[in-house]
Design a protein around this ligand. Structure first.
Ligand code: ADP
Ligand code: MG
Length: 738
């Protein structure tokens, strides 16, 4: 078949048209997100091997056992198969005019004995070792070099000499012979053919002012660097690109917020709020007071509040939100509070009802599964304005729910919602008495991220942080248990139960098979109930139960009637039962770090000493205990090493900031923030935490460009506009929503 793209050299051509990639390889690559030539060029090495030093064979003695990668170039002099299995090995003698060195191969003997012909020129790289006085290479990397050429073209040295790229190659890639070397070869070919088709999005002026490498050079050097210096420059340029377009995105978002309407001006001297605070059995922390001040300053200004409230689990965000809601209510407006799960919405509803029982405030709950009669009644209430605080799940933004006069929206655990949902709730104010005024918006999250970072990520939001926990809290003790220590685990739970404390036992939810999880949780429930703790009350809670069933189990746990609650991750966010002091996390290795931290945050909410027991397989227990692991994530070991690091982190700290940083590092920002949720695309090469300098620079430049050319209409910005829209179509759609 003729290649229809050969002429145009389009970077959007399917990879299948690249030399060396047929339909099968293309299929596997596309599963790794590599579909077009551009995707392939942007598949960057995860590391490099430095093989810059080429030595003549006669000089190898001098560098033997130095631990350095050395390259030697020569001709194959002999090929020998020696010894018998399993000791069999192939010895290739490599020679140049200064001497001879053996290359030893223990593995793939059948391949190596036939792979190279006597007289063939090759370059080899590896560590030179000494054995019985002789220097040798064991399993070096090899490149074939065209025979008879004196000045060899450097492009032939793709596996040896220079700085060699390492590409991630998982099992399925290897199945189609795309291991590291195959990938290198294909990458070299693709660069040669397509690199000059890359269009540089950055204006010349900016590049020369910031001393940035051109895009073609950067892409070419990131794969096959000429020197460490060039590699640095290439990295720097590509990081800049990523962060710069991210900042452009934020600059555009910020601008669209600016063009919006005024906010409602509230009188923030609320007697309701005062009464609530006076009735609390505790004093607000200094940090809580500080963020309440931020919030009331917003609510009394004519600018609609757009504030992110960050605070670690248990820092007391709910009460802060409630105070803001009472202000809205006393000003004759409604406040809507949206939570990610039904259980959480119900819990908040009950908390609010209890706290406000002496105030003339009508609270309603809107969740799925309410009977039609009840639902009708509630919706009627809400639309007539006879209820003033409305708590619910995303049911709050469904069609058919209309508000009389919405003045404040609060979103709890905002990372569970999308930008679009956040905005949809605000749009519900459309029926307000003064629909031209925007309601205020408070979004809350327990994911603590560094301030500069959150400013960057939530460019259009102001940020307040609750940076202290109530003073009555004792740090939670985190303890590791392995599967084979089950009986001491049970003993521990029993001791706590006998002191009147309660425990959660949580099972992970694996998305592919909800049924299996349910089975694990259900079986464990039966085991604990019948065999282990027949004398105690054991309860079960999972996502498949109806709203009523869930509610009644939670109510019984809350009332202390259930000692041990076996649950799937439905309890992950926000649940607040202060007498629960034990959190057992089964298969802790399967949870993400932030999730583990959230789960741990379910205990330690009162003044009792609390415990988080992490149950892991025996192998992991051993690794965590003896861990001096270097955390170099590679190939198959990758997932295991990450699990070890997650568990070690949980055991060593309860600092939410630290945990979030490590989690961010482990998962990358896309997954961490939820690409879908935040509208933040996956960053490939830049690191939001360690590349602060490039980030700041990119932010300054991007905001300046948008200030001068708000819609990127200037001719010099056309390549930029094109690059930007191509890359972030999806994120742009979100701006349009806003
Ligand atoms: P989160 O920030 O995780 O949402 P919550 O708002 O659920 O935390 O608060 C956790 C618990 O701490 C609740 O039981 C709440 O009543 C209590 N709490 C809130 N503020 C204080 C405080 N200043 N002192 C003591 N306890 C507090
Ligand atoms: Mg909460």
């Amino acid at each position: 078949m003729q290649n229809p793209h050969a002429e145009s050299k389009s970077l959007e051509s399917p990879i299948q048209f690249i030399k060396g990639i047929g339909p099968r390889r293309a299929g596997v690559l596309s599963e790794h997100g590599i579909r077009t030539v551009r995707d392939l060029l942007y598949y960057f090495p995860y590391g490099y091997i430095d093989m810059q030093s080429v030595e003549q064979i006669g000089n190898l003695k001098g560098v033997a056992d130095s631990g350095k990668w050395i390259t030697a170039i020569g001709k194959i002099h002999r090929v020998d198969l020696v010894g018998r299995p399993p000791r069999q090995r192939v010895i290739l003698m490599l020679s140049d005019e200064t001497g001879m060195v053996p290359l030893i191969f223990f593995r793939s003997v059948n391949y190596f004995k036939k792979a190279f012909a006597v007289g063939e020129s090759i370059a080899v790289s590896g560590k030179v070792t000494r054995f019985r006085g002789r220097t040798q290479f064991i399993h070096p990397s090899i490149d074939r070099i065209s025979v008879g050429e004196e000045e060899t073209d450097s492009k032939e040295f793709i596996n040896t000499r220079g700085i060699i790229p390492k590409y991630g190659s998982s099992g399925d890639l290897k199945d189609v012979n795309l291991h590291v070397k195959g990938l290198r070869r294909i990458m070299r070919g693709t660069l040669d053919e397509f690199c000059d088709a890359l269009e540089d999005p950055l204006p010349e002026e900016l590049k020369s002012r910031l001393n940035l490498l051109g895009l073609q050079d950067a892409i070419s050097q990131i794969h096959f660097p000429d020197s460490e210096k060039m590699l640095d420059q290439a990295r720097n340029r590509l990081k800049f690109d990523e962060l710069f377009s991210l900042q452009l995105l934020l600059a555009l978002r910020r601008q669209s917020v600016r063009e919006e309407r005024n906010g409602i001006v509230f009188d923030v001297h609320s007697t309701f709020a005062r009464k609530l605070v006076d009735s609390l059995p505790f004093d607000l922390t200094r940090a809580q007071k500080k963020v309440i001040k931020d919030i009331t300053d917003d609510m009394k200004s004519a600018k609609p509040m757009n504030r992110l409230l960050q605070g670690d689990v248990g820092s007391g965000k709910t009460i802060v939100a409630l105070i803001a809601m009472l202000i809205a209510v006393e000003n004759g407006y409604q406040a809507a509070f949206m939570a990610p799960t039904e259980i959480l919405a119900e819990q908040h509803y009950h908390t609010f009802a209890t706290l406000l029982k002496d105030l003339p405030v009508n609270i309603r709950l809107i969740i799925g599964g309410q009977g039609s009669k009840l639902r009708e009644d509630i919706l009627d209430d809400v639309s007539r304005g006879s209820s003033s605080i409305i708590v619910g799940t995303h049911a709050l933004i469904q069609e058919g729910v209309s508000y009389a006069n919405l003045g404040l929206t609060v979103i709890d655990e905002q990372h569970r919602f999308g930008v679009a949902q956040r905005l949809a709730l605000r749009e519900k104010a459309i029926g307000n008495k003064e629909p031209s005024l925007f309601p205020h918006m408070l979004v809350m999250t327990a994911t603590p991220i560094p301030r500069t970072l959150s400013l960057t990520l939530y460019g259009d939001l102001d940020v307040s942080i609750i940076d202290e926990l109530p003073s009555d809290r004792k740090p939670i003790q985190s303890v590791l248990f392995t599967e084979s220590q089950k009986s001491s685990l049970y003993r521990f739970i029993r001791t706590q139960a006998s002191e009147g404390r309660q425990a959660y036992v949580v099972y992970p939810l694996i998305e592919e098979s909800e049924k299996l999880d349910l089975k694990a949780a259900t079986e464990s429930y039966e085991l604990l109930r019948k065999d282990i703790f027949p004398d105690l009350q054991v309860g079960l809670l999972h996502g498949r139960m109806s709203g009523n069933e869930k509610e009644s189990v939670m109510a019984r746990f809350n009332a202390g009637e259930i000692n041990i609650l076996v649950a799937t991750t439905v309890i992950e966010v926000g649940i607040d039962v202060s007498n629960a002091t034990v959190m057992v996390i089964q298969h802790a290795e399967r949870f993400g770090l932030s999730q583990l931290h959230q789960l741990r945050g379910r205990v330690g909410r009162g003044s009792q000493q609390s415990y988080c027991l992490l149950v892991v397989p025996d192998w992991l227990g051993r690794q965590v205990k003896g861990s001096k692991t270097m955390f170099m994530y590679q190939d198959e070991e990758l997932e295991k090493q990450k699990a070890v690091r997650r568990i070690s982190t949980m055991l060593s700290t309860s600092d939410g900031f630290k945990i979030a940083e490590i989690d961010l590092d482990l998962r990358g920002p896309g997954e961490f923030f939820g690409t879908r949720q935040s509208g933040i695309p996956e960053l490939q090469i830049a690191n939001l935490i360690t590349d602060g300098e490039v980030l700041t620079l990119a932010r300054r430049e991007a905001f300046e460009i948008i200030r001068l050319d708000p819609h990127l209409r200037s001719p010099v910005h056309q390549p930029l506009r094109k690059y930007f829209t191509q890359r972030w179509m999806h994120a742009l759609a979100l701006i349009q929503v806003g």
